[in-house]
Design a protein around this ligand. Structure first.
Ligand code: CU
Length: 174
């Protein structure tokens, strides 16, 4: 009987340890949130002062929030924007934050959520990369390298090859 009780106690202790380890996980929350396929479109003219960056946030962990973005050395300001159509009129809305659902994926893409780069230090050139820092509420800062594609890049692989025609169907308004 005493043996049985102590066996149960040690099993409880083991469970407590497992539970404590699984709670001690801000580091693993950081790794479980990934930013993939970061891209931007090349500036259409050398005088361009604004640009946009896009990426896919893949969250393998708990709910988080994207609170802001920094593009130090690239643009004076980087803002979270969303292109929306209200009563048939396309416009861009400032987003103060973007919710990242648990085990969810949030796609920033032309015509939807994007990072607006205001006051570009230099026009974005196809083939270049630049750093972008995404600030998440729980995961903290996540640095990504943004690949600059053509002026109509949509993030798919085919847009990175220059030699099979223009994708003239894409708008460049955002
Ligand atoms: Cu915008």
């Amino acid at each position: 009987m005493i043996m049985l009780i102590s066996a149960r106690l040690s099993r409880l202790a083991l469970l407590a340890v497992v539970f404590a380890v699984s709670l001690a996980g801000p580091a693993s929350a950081h790794e479980s949130l990934m930013v993939e396929h970061a891209f931007a479109r090349a500036s259409a003219t050398p005088a361009a002062k604004a640009g946009a960056a896009y990426f896919t946030i893949v969250n393998h962990g708990h709910t988080d929030q994207l609170l802001g973005v920094r593009a130090d050395g690239v643009a004076k300001k980087a803002i979270l924007h969303e292109s929306v159509t209200v009563d048939g009129i396309a416009k861009m809305e400032h987003r103060h934050n973007v919710s990242i659902p648990m085990h969810g994926t949030v796609v920033f893409k032309p015509g939807g959520l994007h990072v607006m780069l205001m006051g570009l230090q230099a026009p974005l050139k196809e083939g270049d990369t630049f750093p972008l820092t995404l600030a998440f509420e729980k995961a903290g800062d996540v640095d990504v390298q943004v690949h600059v594609g053509g002026i109509a890049a949509d993030g798919a692989d085919h847009s990175n090859h220059g030699d099979h025609g223009e994708h003239s169907g894409h708008g460049t308004t955002d």
